[in-house]
Design a protein around this ligand. Structure first.
Ligand SMILES: C[S@@+](CC[C@H](N)C(=O)[O-])C[C@H]1O[C@@H](n2cnc3c(N)ncnc32)[C@H](O)[C@@H]1O
Length: 244
């Protein structure tokens, strides 16, 4: 007897269950990859803040070491081509667990000389300790359940060099005074579409980084923060330090 599969189970091709279950329609289904990767759609999802977020992220990235850079997971829009063309890191590594996403970003980059794309789960990165001078995490943390988020950040602390830099862009701490949070309908829609966002709102990234860096003798300090859309979003640079 054949068991009927839920739609998401058809996407369980080596990706974490939470990604297939909650985001197949956004990142794994190929027509969706085409649909969402339009400036107009991304800007709509980010309440018109895409340009501001990109400008802030690029300003933070521009101040970081240009050695080995890791963009942890693909993103829609122009972030990756902008890093390649404007920041020009020595090497840009891009890791994502979705082949469709890696193919999509590959098609957007003309000069692929210094780009290395790898299919990896952010929770278990197959890179050596202390491999990267900079890691960029753009709107990923709210899409991971708390345990996966913790594992991904632990991996960032492990693979970042002792004087490396982590740049996180995404949702800021609980936006209790923001109209999108105060208005029950928008709060309901947001937390329905983004089932792990509520846990990120209460998650202290800096404390987590310091705790997770302890086994690697690394500490993190927030050295620059830009808030966007009345503090609903943020871009933060964390400086890593520690003994080799
Ligand atoms: C960066 S996040 C959100 C991006 C944001 N919505 C945008 O496009 O601007 C989406 C990406 O994370 C990837 N992803 C989610 N969980 C992952 C995991 N555990 N390991 C690796 N990639 C993951 C998805 O495949 C997708 O490409």
């Amino acid at each position: 007897m054949r068991t009927k599969l839920s739609i998401y189970q058809k996407f369980l091709d080596g990706v974490p269950v939470y990604l297939a279950r909650h985001y197949w329609w956004a990142y794994l289904w190929r027509p969706a990859v085409w649909f969402f990767d339009h400036q107009f759609i991304i800007n709509l999802i980010l309440f018109g803040q895409y340009r501001k977020l990109m400008t802030a992220a690029m300003a933070h990235i521009d101040k970081t070491p240009k050695g080995e850079m890791l963009q942890l997971t693909c993103v829609y829009g122009s972030l990756t081509p902008s890093i390649v063309n404007k920041i020009r890191p020595n090497v840009l590594h891009i890791a994502d667990v979705s082949p469709a996403q890696l193919e999509n970003v590959r098609a957007k980059i003309k000069n692929k000389n210094n780009i290395l794309m790898t299919r990896l789960n952010a929770e278990s990165l197959a890179y050596r300790d202390n491999s990267f001078s900079t890691i960029i995490v753009f709107f990923l943390l709210h899409e991971l359940p708390q345990e996966a988020r913790t594992r991904a950040l632990a991996e960032c602390m492990r693979v970042l060099d002792h004087d490396g830099v982590l740049i996180c862009a995404g949702y800021n701490a609980l936006p209790a005074k923001h109209f999108l949070y105060r208005f029950p309908v928008t709060r309901f829609i947001l937390t329905k579409l983004e089932p792990f966002l509520a846990s990120l709102w209460k998650f202290d990234i800096l404390s987590a980084l310091n705790e997770l860096g302890r086994p690697f003798h690394k500490r993190a300090e927030s050295i620059a923060k830009t808030e966007v859309f009345s503090s609903f979003y943020h871009v933060t640079t964390y400086q890593i330090s520690g003994d080799r």
